[in-house]
Design a protein around this ligand. Structure first.
Ligand SMILES: *Cc1c(COP(=O)(O)O)cnc(C)c1O
Length: 496
């Protein structure tokens, strides 16, 4: 099973090579060229998270041996998570929350970024390579810390994270700027997430940067890396299996998933789960005020002609959803020419419109729903006061999408809502939503929120306030390639 570039289907790599490469040199994203045989209930049921992870990863990363996969899985999903279940399900009156924030940095990115370094170092060993892999990562807040934590002091790797100076929460900023490890660097950018992402993508083909890369290979920990995407398939199977074992459903019954969406990685993993045998009904693509995907799914036109908003769910403040390209590539039957043309139009004209065949498939499998800031606040408030469950703004956007979709469509299929971050990552906003109290200092708000709710604060967040800040650098967008080239040169010297 090969992985091929979404902009040139003849460019095919084994999965471990695609994981090293990150983004294809032609700007395309490595995408599974075919699907393995559908997984059967007996492959999944009765297994714990690690067991299901082994099964799914073996199917999708066929060039890794069974032992290699088991090593990666056991190294990732261990006591770094604060529950042995890894991803627990919490029942609400009208659905379930899939809690993806029990890992070392309290966001769903941990599920992929605890395993990616192991997949990558295993890939390196398979290739017998010894150069330094330099991980460049753009973050809207959560990927950064999860990647810094996953790659800290991993041999033969270095990681640089770029985050938008304005937009990430105070807790997220502190999480990144206090990161440990001798191979890590954190840089604020005077721009938004899209600027950071563009910078990282550009670096992969920039002459200035590549000339500086003696003995250094650039890769990515963003969800443009196939090694991020594939491990995210696992928790869809895990949640479904849990519902079967609790007799809430029988294997084969459709389940909808409501996914708070930014770069389209998480929801694409759900779609891939369906492709390899999970009985998924609709995938609800939940957006905040940056509702470019809602419009796209409802009209077939993706248009950047809109205002960028900063919201209380900053990890979804994205206008260019990279992983959508993978979906379109697969829905067009791997029509790389069409993808190149649509991506050219997006870049040069600011919009593209998919053809009717693709639009029909999108309408059939997805529903796009967006939620305003006021509605999001109301959902956080009501979920606390009615059900005593404290949720973060991203989760609230998805829960709201589930309810709006049910009301509009009448589709009563059981629904799992992906809960993607601990509410304590967004203390100021969550506190204000549930109590009306406005405490601008996030760490003070954290204490008050804890006193008010008695919901435990994850250890990694509780200790943040006293950690020393190591990184304070901030750069202009236009200096990006120069800064990256300089970093690559310093890594080259380590090699000498
Ligand atoms: C990254 C993130 C998302 C969006 O996930 P994508 O894969 O980018 O669509 C949603 N919620 C939280 C808390 C996140 O960190």
């Amino acid at each position: 099973m090969k992985y091929i570039s979404s902009r040139n289907k003849n460019y095919a790599l084994e999965s471990h090579q695609a994981i090293i490469r990150g983004l294809a040199e032609d700007g395309g994203l490595f995408t599974p060229a075919s699907y393995p045989d559908a997984l059967r209930p007996e492959d999944i049921l009765g297994k714990d998270y690690r067991g299901i992870a082994e099964t799914v990863l073996k199917a999708m990363l066929a060039d890794y041996t069974e032992e290699e996969i088991r090593h990666c899985v056991n190294s990732a999903y261990d006591t770094k998570f604060d529950t042995d279940e890894i991803v627990p399900l919490t029942a609400l009156k009208d659905g379930w929350l899939m809690e993806l924030w029990h890992g070392p940095t309290s966001a769903f990115k941990d599920l992929a970024l605890t395993i990616l370094p192991h997949l990558l170092t295993t890939a390196y060993a398979k290739e017998d390579r010894h150069d330094v892999v330099s991980i460049l990562t753009a973050t809207s807040g959560d990927t950064g810390k999860a990647a810094l934590s996953g790659f800290a002091d991993v041999p033969n790797t270095a990681i640089t994270v770029f985050y938008p100076e304005i937009g990430v929460s105070a807790v997220q900023k502190r999480q990144m700027n206090t990161s440990k490890g001798n191979n890590v660097e954190v840089i604020a950018v005077k721009g938004n997430f899209d600027d950071c992402q563009r910078m990282v993508k550009e670096a992969c083909s920039s002459k200035e940067v590549l000339d500086a890369c003696t003995g250094v290979t650039i890769s990515s920990a963003n969800s443009i890396n196939a090694g991020r995407l594939i491990p995210q398939i696992v928790y869809y199977f895990h949640a479904y299996a849990k519902l079967v074992s609790e007799k809430k459903i029988a294997w084969g019954d459709p389940v909808n998933f409501a996914v708070p969406t930014g770069n389209f990685g998480d929801i694409l993993a759900g779609w891939l789960a369906k492709k390899i045998g999970l009985p998924v009904g609709k995938l609800l693509c939940a957006s905040n005020t940056n509702n470019v995907l809602t419009d796209f799914l409802n009209t077939g036109t993706y248009s950047l002609d809109r205002t960028f908003h900063t919201t209380m769910s900053p990890s979804m403040d994205i206008l260019i959803s990279s992983n959508l390209e993978r979906l379109l590539f697969l829905l067009t039957g791997q029509d790389d020419e069409k993808i190149r043309e649509w991506m050219r139009q997006l870049k040069e004209e600011g919009s593209y419109t998919v053809d009717d065949a693709v639009f029909r498939q999108l309408q059939d499998e997805f529903a796009g729903i967006w939620t305003s800031e006021e509605e999001c606040a109301e959902v956080i408030h009501d979920t606390w006061s009615n059900e005593h469950v404290l949720i973060d703004p991203h989760t609230a956007v998805a829960l709201s999408a589930m309810r709006k979709y049910r009301k509009e469509s009448g589709d009563e299929t059981p629904c799992v809502v992906l809960s993607t971050a601990s509410p304590y990552k967004f203390c100021h906003d969550v506190l204000e939503c549930i109590s009306g109290r406005n405490i601008p200092d996030d760490f003070e708000a954290m204490e008050v929120l804890h006193e008010l709710t008695s919901v435990p604060v994850p250890a990694n967040l509780r200790d943040l306030k006293t950690q020393p800040v190591r990184f304070t650098r901030s750069i202009e967008i236009r200096d990006g390639m120069h800064v990256i080239a300089e970093r690559m040169r310093s890594l080259s010297h380590v090699q000498d």
